[in-house]
Design a protein around this ligand. Structure first.
Ligand code: SAM
Length: 191
């Protein structure tokens, strides 16, 4: 089964309100390979937009330098596939800015979908249910963390908390870009 519109799922890669390995709240740095690879996954699965959210104007400028290289610079003539993937990237300062952009485009507030590698407490939505939810056509925003994941305060902003992606064993340390690709495939992939 393939999806046609009205599915409207965007992705946001967050760096503010993250935990470090000691469990303290930090702002993480920008990892350019995350921008590249998540853009490619977002384009492959027809995500509406991929927001890269960073509170530092210097790191937002770095993200824009990367995207402009592939959209209008030498990269645009060298690799058209990458140009197409990076054209959906929007650099913003915060989760709120990404939400506002979706509100301006659609007139409604997107359903925030939180993600984590941990089981944690509370209800989690299965990917099958998330897929059905998305098929109703309401705009949704998949929240991706960095570092050691999102603070509880940030997770609590979401109305949907997706189940963690799990392998067969106890080891569960996927990169955010790998986890994103798996989650997009489960929610938007062809069955
Ligand atoms: N222990 C952290 C956590 O709470 O998810 C790992 C953080 S991971 C390096 C960065 C981000 O990748 C997470 O915030 C989440 O968005 C995503 N992620 C990584 N592994 C995941 C998994 N198994 N299931 C769902 N999301 C995952």
């Amino acid at each position: 089964m393939s999806f046609a519109p009205p599915v409207d799922l965007s992705v946001v890669l967050l760096h503010d309100g993250m935990l470090n390995k000691e469990g303290r709240e930090v702002v993480t740095s920008l990892t350019l390979i995350d921008v590249h690879d998540i853009a490619r996954s977002a384009r492959t699965y027809n995500a509406t937009s991929f927001y890269v959210a960073h509170p530092s104007q210097h790191l937002r400028a770095l993200a824009r330098t990367l995207t402009e290289h592939w959209l209008t610079g030498y990269g645009s003539t060298y690799n058209n596939n990458r140009k197409e993937a990076l054209s959906a990237v929007q650099v913003v300062a915060s989760l709120d800015d990404a939400v506002t952009q979706i509100e301006l485009r659609t007139g409604v507030t997107p359903v925030l979908m939180a993600t984590s590698a941990k089981d944690g407490e509370g209800m989690r939505m299965s990917f099958e249910d998330a897929r059905s939810h998305l098929l109703k056509g309401d705009p949704a925003l998949l929240m991706l963390g960095t570092g050691h994941g999102m603070t509880q305060e940030l997770l609590d902003r979401a109305s949907v908390f997706l189940s963690p992606v799990k392998g067969p064993g106890m080891y569960n340390h996927l990169s955010v870009r790998s986890a994103c690709a798996i989650m997009l495939d489960r929610m938007l992939g062809v069955r």
